[in-house]
Design a protein around this ligand. Structure first.
Ligand SMILES: [Zn+2]
Length: 329
């Protein structure tokens, strides 16, 4: 046994942190102090010399090991750019944005109805945003969706996610049932109902013998799932260049239950969706056999639906990050 050498070395090797090493260091100092007082007691010169050498050898062996281990822990701490020991009990866990919350609910309903989710580019070609949707460059319907051009006149910020439907029809063989959610852009001044960027969810089903009855079933089921089973739904004839026949879809005002209020402009009904049977010209331009297949499409503005769902009166509130509003929803 030479001065508990093994005991110190094994303690150093298993030390898990800086504090444990510092504790071993003070143990060592205490032990050396005891050894030096032993040394003083030795009267015989040669024996004293020999004992003194042994103490030094022991010290020179243990101390560098302690320093090495300390350096290791110090280096590791230097590599950490934050203090992992700070405890902040007041941190508040965040919440999903209301638009995401409602979208997730809608997505679940539509997936259960057999739809798959497809994404597409936000910077789009005129060809996919207008031309192949039966809106050639001279078509007046383009004015309703006046948009931002990245490289005029061929590259633009998409004004609807219908462009994703065209891209999907070009790639896949029917039957298909897809939804295309995402941001869209239109030249609108900011007011209570409009922002130049908003979110859309569009749907498309293509197959053999798909009829208007399928469209009605999907959209009535969808609205009842989101707004409750007592929701009434009505279909009004309207015009879109890419569907024929086309229908605007109103639902009974969830706020006043058809009695008339400010939300529904005293009519009892709110228009929430556009829909229709896909125009044969759109099928042909996308490589789908319009003799063999039929299909329906629909589109909704997520922000608008979310305003009704959460009872909000200003669309821009969605982008203001006012936590006091989110806490009320
Ligand atoms: Zn109302």
């Amino acid at each position: 046994m030479i001065f508990n050498e093994e005991k110190f070395l094994s303690k150093i090797s298993v030390a898990k942190n800086k504090n444990e090493v510092l504790k071993i260091n003070s143990e060592l100092k205490k032990y050396l102090k005891e050894l030096y007082s032993e040394l003083k007691k030795i009267g015989e010169e040669d024996e004293k010399k020999l004992f003194g050498k042994k103490i030094n050898d022991f010290k020179n062996k243990i101390q560098p090991e302690i320093e090495k281990k300390l350096k290791l822990f110090n280096e590791n701490l230097d590599n950490i750019s934050y203090d992992p020991y700070i405890f902040k009990p007041s941190i508040k866990i965040g919440n999903s944005h209301p638009l995401i919350k409602l979208y997730k609910k809608m997505e679940k309903v539509l997936i259960n109805l057999g739809f798959s989710v497809v994404q597409g580019p936000e910077i789009e070609l005129d060809r996919y945003n207008f031309e192949k949707l039966n809106m050639p460059h001279y078509h007046p319907a383009r004015d309703m969706q006046d948009t931002f051009y990245v490289i005029s006149p061929k590259v633009l910020l998409r004004s609807h996610t219908s462009s994703v439907q065209i891209r999907t029809m070009e790639k896949l063989e029917p039957p298909m049932s897809i939804i295309s959610p995402g941001t869209v852009y239109r030249v609108d001044d900011i007011d209570t109902q409009h922002t130049p960027m908003f979110y859309q969810v569009e749907g498309l089903t293509v197959g053999e013998k798909i009829s208007f009855a399928n469209l009605k079933f999907v959209l009535i089921t969808f609205l009842k799932e989101i707004f409750g089973s007592s929701t009434d739904v009505r279909f009004r004839p309207t015009y879109y260049p890419y569907t024929e026949p086309s229908a605007a879809i109103d639902m009974s005002c969830p706020k006043c239950n058809k009695n008339g209020c400010a939300t529904c402009s005293k009519t009892g009904w709110i228009t929430v969706l556009g829909s229709g049977m896909v125009h044969p010209k759109v099928f042909e331009d996308s490589g789908v056999d319009s003799e063999k297949y039929t299909g329906f499409a629909f589109g909704l503005g997520l922000n608008r639906l979310a305003m009704i769902y959460f009872g909000m009166n200003e669309i821009k509130k969605f982008y203001e990050n006012d936590v006091s509003i989110w806490n009320q929803l």
